[in-house]
Design a protein around this ligand. Sequence first.
Ligand code: RUQ
Ligand code: CUA
Ligand code: CA
Length: 649
Amino acid sequence: MIKIRKTHVGVLSGAALAVSAAALLCLPSCEQGSSAPSAGASPFARPFPMPHGYWKKTDEFYCFASGGQQGGIYVYGMPSMKLLSEIPIFNVDPRWGWTTANPEVREMMTNPRTGEVLISGDTHHPVLSRKDAKYDGKWLFINDKRNARIARMNLATFRTEEILWMENVPGGMHGFSSGPNTELLIGNIELESYPAKEIRDYLGAEVDIDLIKGPYVSCVFGVKVAPDGTMKTAWQVWGPWQYDLARAGWGESDGWFINTAYNTERSVNTVGMFKRPEDYVFYWNIASIEKAVADGKFITTEEAPDVPVIKWSDIELYAAPCPLNPHGLDIDPTGRYALSSGKATTLVRHYDFRKVKTAIEEQNFIGEEFGVPIIDKEAISGDIDTGLGPTHIEYDNEGYCYIGFFVDSDVKKVALGDPWDKKHGHEPWSVVDTIPAHYSVGHLMVPGGDSAEPYGKYLVIMNKLTKDTFLHHGPLICENHELYDIETVPAPLIDQMSLPPESHYAQGIPVSLVTQHAKSVYDLPSTLPTPGVAYDYDNKKATVTMTCVRSFFTPDMFTVPQGWDVDVQIQNVEMSLDMTHGWALTGYDVMESIDPGEHKTLQFKATHEGVFWYYCLWFCSELHMEMRGRMIVIPEAEWTPELEWSALK
Ligand code: RUQ
Ligand code: CUA
Ligand code: CA
């Protein structure tokens, strides 16, 4: 029998929340003690000492959570909720070997429009690569909202290989998703822009752009992904609106792209964005976009001569009414249902793609705006009215969806419609569990929950506020990811995890799908570099070829004339797991890690004279402290070739 848990509703009063938090923390849901023989009643009981490989064996999923303003990704294991890695992507982080002294990183972080190197970003939506709408464990893509960039991380190394800077827009990329086979990534720009003149002229007077007063315009984009992962913008469709969240369809909605728009008012201020009682969900036919490109119905800009810019009115595009200022837009495992929520309401609307197709065929429209037909909502959708401030939606493999509520601070588990009702046996679109959260739910995640094959079992609630959950640590406090067991009703809370600010979406993938490709050491080159220093007097550049191994840098000394460029080519020749070395240079802003087997280039200018030690950062052996060397910078006027490294060594 399903028991519906009574939940706290509505008001976010601190006292009420504290009471419910305390009640939850006392739930007898953690059974870690059960396998420890004489653990007694200790709340800390665990099978200590942990058997070798304990966490490795107990974790079933990797969770890749966006780092938000951290600029990269957090990786943790589930259900242990143990943080494994912070992967720097759009940010610099010497702990994880990602600094702009490395020219490969610097190049990815260089704005192709201005030449400026940016070292921060705002990551929102991780997108695992997929085949037939199921995760394949090859890559993880993620968008930077602020600067409208997409990064591709290789899951073999957990490192970024490529960053694409979206053309023609200054920033504001929000919705971002993958087609069923990751040959095409699709997303949209949330923050409207005042684009280049070519685009303004092409869109025409009808969209009424004004530099100072607005309104502005925005676009959806497609990015082709080559078999080796390389990304290239394939098209942009520009039109009068902005768009928030987005999904490329699969299964029944294959070939379509669906997104939400909360500012259909085309306003430039908060109140103005709230004027209409309903906004839109848009349905984009991808084939019609590709046809427009094939038919040459596009322009290009001086900035991006390879990127077709298409007009919204030259493709097949439909709108459907959506409750006031929609946010989340998520598709069920069959691809048939798309659910969207009106943030500022109590309503979640479920759209049936079969009915959408019929409505389009029968031209069941209630009007148009900017020439875009508006589908009659009565024919295609229904509403779930279950709580205040719905945000995002995620799915399991049993025919349920999980809807997060920011204001109610909970998640409703809702039974889906046909054909899922034959599986779960509930009234379609009824609430079967209410799961309390601490506090104010943004995204939520079921492993595989945005694919054709959810793995189910766990739900991670990604709370936007933490309030009094953890120890006080100053006015800026950490975030809270809560792990629930969704095979049980009511769903018990298993764990709460603190995480630095601020994760948005996350994806969970079975461990084996990642470990099948994962590298533990890099492949060494067939011939190892010969350590030494080359002096290029024409270009004033010293190239240092260096190896590192416990507990030596070779060479452990080099000289360089002051003011020269220094290029350190460093090869870690270790082949053992966990034998990362560091290269930190005193007096200079250079600090890097070099993983086992890895080769790195570090570049800087020898600006000041003197003796500067470089030392290893990882306590790698008993002679770790001794693992160091000297860079001696000599004023150019005093320099003679006798001071070259080869003469002194
Ligand atoms: S959306 S705020 Cu994923 Cu809720 Cu970015
Ligand atoms: Cu290498 Cu310490
Ligand atoms: Ca609105």
